[in-house]
Write a protein that binds this ligand. Sequence first.
Ligand code: ADE
Length: 421
Amino acid sequence: MSIDYDIQDLDLAPAGRLRIEWAEREMPVLRLIRKRFSTEKPLQGVRMSACLHITTETANLARTLQAGGAEVTLTASNPLSTQDDVAAALASYYEIPVFAIKGEDNETYYRHIHAALDIKPHITMDDGADLVSTLHKQRTELIDGVIGGTEETTTGVIRLRAMARNGVLRYPIVAVNDALTKHLFDNRYGTGQSTLDGVIRATNVLLAGKTVVVAGYGWCSRGIAMRAQGHGANVIVTEVNPLKALEAVMDGYRVMPMIEAAPQGDVFITSTGDINVIDRQHFEAMKDGAIVSNSGHFNVEINIPALQEMADGQPRRVRPFVDEYTLPDGRRIHLLADGRLVNLAAAEGHPSAVMDMSFANQALCAAYMVENADKLEKKVYSVPEEIDAEIAQIKLRAMNIEIDVLTPEQEAYLASWEEGT
Ligand code: ADE
């Protein structure tokens, strides 16, 4: 069978296949679902356009959907996150059409999204909602054929909820990010580990004794703060939400506005989902040598145009993924990975063991969507509780961990209201 694709280099395929197989070892839940899908075929004949980070873990998700009978086409959900060897292996060994090249420009990024939509999907699978928004803005002729979609990330869910609120969302979406087996693990432990991994691979700086400023205290930022502290860094958290700020204080971090943190920080990591969290006035206050990075979905959290305006001339690329901007007074600011997701650009993204649960949710929610297509409305839905519970159960079993079960007496106690003091 010949398939359509646009990738960097097909010769990278053998290396990509080895890495996909390595990731699979840490993905027992997805393996089990793949086995089940290959006999039950819940996605038989379903065309799926998936806009995801093209990683070893995504490759294993695509194989699972394919085993379920789906025709899957993949496109990148970020211009810098593609693993080119994985893209090559997908096209070469797994017959999965893929449109993704690490470092592609914006025009190519959107050309690839359109190529993924050309298959006329029944289901969209998104990470950040660029696929859904392109479909709603530019490819409206395809919408009647879509039965539903899934969304992977916090930023995407926020965009889709805004679409639903404004009455423009034209098909149902399941917010995979809302599953407990997704955000409590992927966002916290996945982002925590992979973000520090990205900063360290890019810079090789010692974090012990440094001041690390973490912008935001959602699930991702919590993981980042926790892991930075684990490295011996002195962590400052900035927040706009009083409740989250209070949690950060009681978790033992210093909390202050970014303008106060700016002159103290050695390393800055944003993960808020909002724009210009690090802005001109913050660069003006930073120390010489400050390292600035982002782990939020879009490259808008750091005001890079302001930094470019402030700096003398072009930045100097001092290491892969490290651009040095020199300010008129001689201070140097180091921007990592063009302000894009540092964990996926400079490292390999979340480890497979957490993506196992996120992508188990994706696979089961796609099947749920097909099964319930006639019942769902044009809304953003949470992941059904049974799916979440099943994934937690399988994951525990795969880790050889057993837990207690309620005795009949305990069940009756929990169901009653009469017994008190
Ligand atoms: N998002 C964060 N890490 C990822 C990974 N390893 N694969 C796919 N999407 C991701």
